[in-house]
Write a protein that binds this ligand. Structure first.
Ligand SMILES: Nc1nc2c(ncn2[C@@H]2O[C@H](COP(=O)(O)OP(=O)(O)OP(=O)(O)O)[C@@H](O)[C@H]2O)c(=O)[nH]1
Ligand SMILES: [Mg+2]
Length: 318
């Protein structure tokens, strides 16, 4: 059986192997009380900024992830990557290797990469994926979540990251499609990829900026920056790294970052109960009380889950 780490410092000292074991523990015995307690502690000690890269298939997320890993490693920071793959829901994970296309050095102790199926919904983040993000952000200096998705499913990754970057490809007409799907509401930054395509990338940048101002008319003072970046030539990469740093620093100093994490944790609990018990089950729960009475979101989910099962007569009380 995969053991739950005894403490956060043990996990931090144990390096990549310990992190891999902890994530396996989540997958094999997610409901153990020790593990839930540990995940709650990790939730409270998440130091890393979590960057989400989302966008349609082939837009260049993995290539950009590689470039970002290099940039962060050059600054001496450790990086954890979670690649979430919706297709594995159908294929059982067979495409994961294709999807991530990450060319990292397996010998580098400062890079930890994990691929995971989005079990629950197309493009969605599973409970396991959220737990993996929580563990990684407690251990590494940086976390990047790569997630394929168009439309509502993208909002799932938004619930586990501190900075959400929507990737859009030049000449794809994606910006209009995203606007229709309501996705323009979500990103903190937009990256037009493949900037080495020149004029096409600049046109896409203008299109996206226009689509954002239409999608968020009341919010125009805080529209996300739209940057162009080429992961292959490196053009615009420094500016993107800088924009993510600036966004993260502002969120930290204003308290917006902590407030966002609190909203996310509440959402994890609501979402877990909704998915397990549906709207009626959720409606008979006092989620707010469970969250404030628990040490963290993971034990709140477990407590609500147990009490609903008791009420449904599925398990005995006590
Ligand atoms: N010209 C150019 N091509 C790029 C760039 N970045 C990625 N590509 C190419 O775009 C294709 C898709 O890149 P990926 O990084 O695998 O895209 P992805 O978004 O991770 O794709 P999925 O994981 O399948 O959704 C590959 O053929 C890359 O070589 C870039 O900056 N410039
Ligand atoms: Mg990819």
């Amino acid at each position: 059986m995969t053991r739950v780490p005894d403490s956060l410092s043990q996990l931090r000292e144990g390096g990549k192997a310990a992190l891999a074991r902890a994530i396996s523990a989540v997958e094999t015995h997610a409901d153990s009380d020790d593990l839930l307690r540990f995940l709650d502690v990790a939730t409270r000690s998440g130091r890393a900024q979590v960057l989400g890269l989302t966008g349609p298939p082939g837009v260049g997320k993995s290539t950009l992830t590689n470039a970002l890993i290099r940039a962060y490693r050059a600054r001496g920071e450790t990086v954890g990557v979670l690649a979430v793959d919706p297709s594995s829901q159908v294929t059982g994970g067979a495409l994961l290797g294709d999807r991530t296309r990450l060319s990292t050095d397996p010998g580098d102790p400062g890079i930890f990469v994990r691929s995971m199926a989005a079990r629950d919904r197309l493009g969605g983040l599973s409970d396991h994926a959220i737990a993996a993000v929580v563990l990684m952000r407690a251990v590494m200096d940086r976390v990047i979540v790569e997630s394929v998705g168009i439309g509502q499913s993208e909002s799932d990754v938004a619930h586990a990251v501190d900075t959400l970057v929507l990737c859009i490809q030049p000449g794809s007409g994606d910006s209009l499609q995203f606007m229709k799907a309501g996705v323009m509401e979500l990103p903190d930054l937009v990256a037009v990829t493949k900037a080495d395509m020149g004029a096409m990338a600049r046109r896409a940048q203008a299109d996206v900026a226009g689509a954002l101002s239409l999608a968020r008319p009341a919010d125009s003072a805080r529209l996300p920056d739209v940057l162009t970046v080429s992961a292959t030539s490196g053009e615009g990469l420094e500016a993107l790294v800088g924009a993510c740093d600036t966004f993260g620093a502002a969120a930290r100093s204003s308290g917006r970052g902590d407030a966002r994490r609190a909203v996310q944790e509440r959402h994890w609990v609501d979402d877990a109960i909704l998915r397990r018990f549906g709207r009626i089950g959720h409606s008979v729960c006092d989620v707010a009380a469970a969250v404030s009475g628990a040490d963290g979101p993971f034990s709140a989910i477990a407590a609500l889950d147990r009490s609903l099962r008791v009420r449904l007569g599925l398990i005995a009380p006590g």
